[in-house]
Structures are given as C-alpha cells and as structure tokens.
Design a protein around this ligand. Structure first.
Ligand code: RFL
Ligand code: PHB
Length: 390
C-alpha cells in the first residue's frame, strides 16, 4: 500500500490528524495496535480547552461535542474544610473549558473516519517504522499471519507513551526529561449524580482527591494512592469512604455513591522527549510528552501538536513550503513545556508528598494561600487552565 502520511496510533492524536488531513485531500492511513472496543474502553481525559474544541469543529467532528459537552466557567479548590471557587471566565475575559469525555470524542472521530471512508487499521501487530531518515520511509505490520507494508512520505508517531515510534529513534538523537511522582491516581467511574456541577480539586493531608464528571448522571472521581496500591486493594466501599474523608464535610454529605463501572490506577509522571522530529518521523501527543493529570493538560497538549503538524503538512502538500515542518519541534515544544510547568505546579501544590519535610509543607500551604488571595495568581492559574493560545 502507498499513502502520503502513515500515522501510528489510533488514539485522539492520530485520529484527529487523520481526519484533518483527509478534509484537505491529503491521503493517510492510521495503524492501531488494539481493537476499537479496547481503545474506547479506556477512561481518560474529561476536560477540553477551547482550542481543542475548535480543532474538533474544524475536523467536522464537533456536533455531538457541542450538543452534549458541558461548558464550565469555573472549578473549585477544596482545602482546610472549605471550598474556594476559581472563576475561569472572570479571570480570562470570558473563556471556559468543555467537559466532554475522551471516550466520546474518540468515538466521534472514529465515526467521522468511517463515514468519509478513511483507512483505520485495527489490531495491527508489530508496527515498525523503517528508513525514517530517508525520503521514502515505510511502515511494516502484521494482521494475523499476514505481513503488510505501507510506503509513505512521512510517518507520524501518535502511539502514546508506550508506543514504538519514540523507541525507533536512535538513543543518541533524543534527549529525554522525566520526573516520576511517588504516587498514582485511583479513578472510579460511576453512574451517579456528580457531587458538584463543577469540578472540585481537593488538597488534604491524607492525599489529593478530585471530583469530576462526564455528565450530570455520570461521575468521575479520583484519589491519590501510593504506587504500591493495586485496584484490588480498593473495593468500592473503601474508595467512597476515603474520598469522603478528603472532602469538606458539606461536600462529603452530598456525595451519592454507587457501584463503580470502571476502576483503574494511573501513575503520575512528567516526561518530554526532544526533539519531536527525527528525519521524516514526527512525534505527537503522549508519544512525545506526558504530564500528571492534575492540570488537565495531556490531551490538550496533544491537540496543539496536531494543530501545528496539520498546518505544516498542509503547507507542504498545498504550497510546497516546509518551514512549518522544519519548525515543528521547536514550536510544539515551546508550548509543551508551558503545559509541563503548569501541571507540575498544580500537582506540587495539591498532593501530599510522602518525603516532604516540614519546610516543604509550609511552603505548599503558603503557595495555596497566596493563590487564593491574589488576583494576579488566580489570573495566571485561569489562563493556563483554559489553555494558552496555539
Ligand atoms: P493515546 O491516547 O495513548 O493513544 C495512542 C494510541 O496508540 C496505540 N498504540 C499503537 N498503535 C500501533 N502500534 C503500536 N506499537 C502502538 N502502541 C500504542 C494505542 O493503543 C493508542 O490507541 O495517545 P494520544 O492520542 O496522544 O492522546 C493522549 C491522551 O490520551 C492523554 O494525553 C490524555 O488522556 C491525558 N489526560 C487528560 N488530558 C487532558 O487534556 N485533560 C484531562 O482531563 C485528562 N485527564 C488524562 C486524564 C490521562 C489519564 N490517564 C489514565 C493517564 C486522566 C487520566 C486518569
Ligand atoms: C477527568 O475528568 O478525568 C479529569 C478532569 C480533570 C483533571 C484530570 C482528569 O485535571
């Protein structure tokens, strides 16, 4: 098979780029390791920034998102038994975020690819990029016992943190920056009314907690847990009990509990690989960088990569201009690092660190006290949370 752009990974990054390129007449193929059911079974992001939503609309995938997604103009920070509201709209000149699940958004992208006749190959095993520094790179993969090959102009590595793309770049050509946090998030999805119509990020000495939602009948909650914990250590009852302990009393009193319909633990990590290009292989999204979920930046950072790549590839194929492709890594990384900084800051301010000395704890309390007392600090938080411009 022959195509212009070979995309590894059928998560939100790969599918969104595929859809945008297709709309510009740029032929592409997506290779996804797993089945569609598997991809749609992963419960991840819930908060989308304005720029991401705009890109979904440009990809002609915004209709259900606009109909069913919820506009959120603020969220809460719970601490010391009380709640303080962060008014996103007031601090950003009317900006907001959209609460719409990554699962739904991925489903919309698959539907759009299907209805336009896009090529998304599932269960592609042993995907491997070859000759990525030559002008004629190609991809190989297996479907069952059959070996396949796709020749292309460019390879896009949108295969997430554990994918093959980043690993196929020679060690010496890549610099990796990493910070691993000594805890994870245990997440529960339940078909219950959310405890609050707006998100609540809770700082508590027993550990961080987050009350989020997918809709007014579907709740998503998280608690900070030690890395040594497993999902089996947390039956539903124990989860609800611990969540309540970390929330202000009035909030805990309102919490509606129910059976979990999904429960998983995600370790917290910050990671960036530089540069995001090697020859004709371009990395995008989680394949190149990940953040702890505290600032809701992961998927949104992937979206800015896709925005830059999409325009760079369109310029190449439509105008013969390569400035966008040549500048991609530098441009994308500038924004990626700002999301890293914000996610690190939110994580550091709101979690309980097992090895923190008394001095660290005082500074952490002061950081939050300063934030809640300062108009300028609040504006900075709001500006980053709704998303910096692309
Ligand atoms: P994905 O979603 O990991 O998709 C990569 C796809 O590539 C496939 N793949 C391969 N395909 C072919 N060959 C191989 N060798 C392959 N290896 C892997 C995988 O099967 C997969 O389908 O990366 P992508 O598309 O870059 O998207 C990134 C986002 O998924 C991620 O950044 C967000 O989910 C992060 N995140 C959040 N981001 C936000 O912006 N807002 C949020 O509110 C938010 N909440 C979260 C989150 C991530 C979380 N977890 C579990 C890490 C909450 C959580 C709990
Ligand atoms: C979620 O709803 O899954 C979610 C929301 C906000 C975050 C992280 C995760 O910061």
């Amino acid at each position: 098979m022959k195509t212009k752009v070979g995309i590894i990974g059928g998560g939100p990054s790969g599918l969104l780029l595929s859809q945008l390129l297709h709309l510009r007449g740029i032929d592409n193929v997506v290779l996804e390791k797993h089945s569609r059911e598997h991809v749609l079974g992963r419960i991840r992001a819930g908060v989308l920034e304005h720029g991401f939503a705009e890109l979904m609309r440009e990809a002609q995938c915004g209709a259900r998102m606009d109909a069913e997604g919820e506009i959120h103009e603020g969220f809460h920070i719970a601490h010391d038994g009380i709640r303080s509201r962060v008014d996103l709209a007031a601090h950003t000149g009317g900006n907001s975020v959209l609460v719409y699940g990554q699962t739904e958004l991925t489903r919309d992208l698959y539907d759009a690819r299907d209805s336009m006749g896009g090529t998304v190959i599932h269960d592609a095993a042993d995907v491997q990029p070859h000759d990525i520094t030559s002008p004629r790179p190609y991809l190989t993969y297996r479907l069952g016992d059959e070996a396949h090959r796709i020749d292309c102009d460019y390879v896009i590595g949108a295969d997430g943190f554990h994918g093959v793309s980043r690993r196929s770049i020679p060690r010496g050509a890549l610099r990796e920056f990493e910070k691993v946090y000594p805890f994870g998030w245990l997440g529960v999805l339940s078909r219950t009314r959310p405890v609050s119509p707006e998100l609540i990020y809770a700082r508590h000495e027993r550990g961080f907690a987050l009350c989020s939602l997918r809709s007014q009948v579907l709740s998503r909650y998280y608690i900070q847990v030690p890395l040594s914990d497993a999902v089996e250590d947390w039956p539903d009852e124990a989860f609800w009990e611990e969540l309540k302990r970390r929330l202000p009393e009035d909030v805990a009193g309102e919490l509606v509990t129910g059976p979990s319909i999904e429960k998983s633990i995600a370790p917290l990590r910050s990671f960036v690989a530089e540069p995001m290009r090697h020859g004709n292989l371009f990395l995008a999204g989680d394949a190149a960088h990940i953040v702890p979920p505290t600032g809701a930046r992961g998927l949104n950072s992937a979206a800015s990569d896709i925005y830059y790549l999409y325009h760079a590839l369109a310029d190449h194929y439509e105008k013969g201009e390569d400035a966008g492709l040549d500048g991609y890594s530098q441009k994308a990384l500038a924004r990626v690092w700002k999301a890293q900084r914000f996610s690190w800051w939110m994580t550091t301010m709101l979690h309980t660190f097992p090895d923190a000395i008394a001095y660290d704890q005082k500074l952490q309390q002061t950081e939050l006290a300063y934030l809640l007392s300062s108009e300028a600090a609040m504006r900075s938080l709001a500006e980053n949370y709704v998303g910096l411009p692309f």
